[in-house]
Design a protein around this ligand. Structure first.
Ligand SMILES: [Zn+2]
Ligand SMILES: [Zn+2]
Length: 133
């Protein structure tokens, strides 16, 4: 069985993932850009049942960036960890950059390219979707 671990920048939040990482996407939506301070966020779905916080429950903060979406991040250092969508309660979207374990997968596509930053050039051949596939 697949097993991964990850943590935030300051090390207060640690998690384990005991299961598969779904398809990794590069999300260029304006909310991910703001949340990360970057051109895009690298996210993948994981089963809620596979995810376990092993440290930092007390510092993890939640922000509702829209009615149905909560973004969970470290309240000490600001690292985004997961997002939770009300319409897919059995899944979280993991911020892949927080993994400490190496993975064999790589991103499969770009989403929300209609709202990508005007200064960003997408420099790979992965499929691009204006919003979702
Ligand atoms: Zn932290
Ligand atoms: Zn996004």
């Amino acid at each position: 069985m697949e097993k991964y671990t990850g943590s935030c920048l300051c090390g207060a939040v640690h998690y384990e993932l005991n299961g598969a990482i779904g398809e990794i996407v590069q999300c260029h939506c304006s909310k991910c850009r703001k949340a990360n301070g970057t051109a895009y966020a690298t996210n993948a779905p994981i089963a809620k049942a596979d995810f376990k916080l092993t440290a930092g429950e007390d510092v993890l903060k939640r922000y509702a960036s829209s009615a149905g979406t909560q973004r969970c991040f470290c309240g000490n250092c600001g690292s985004p960890i997961i997002s939770i969508k009300a319409d897919t309660p059995d899944f979280y979207r993991l911020r892949i950059g927080t993994l400490d374990t190496k993975i064999a997968q790589s991103p499969v596509c770009h989403i929300f390219t209609a709202s990508k930053a005007e200064w960003e050039q997408i420099a790979d051949d992965l499929p691009q979707y204006a919003e979702r596939p």
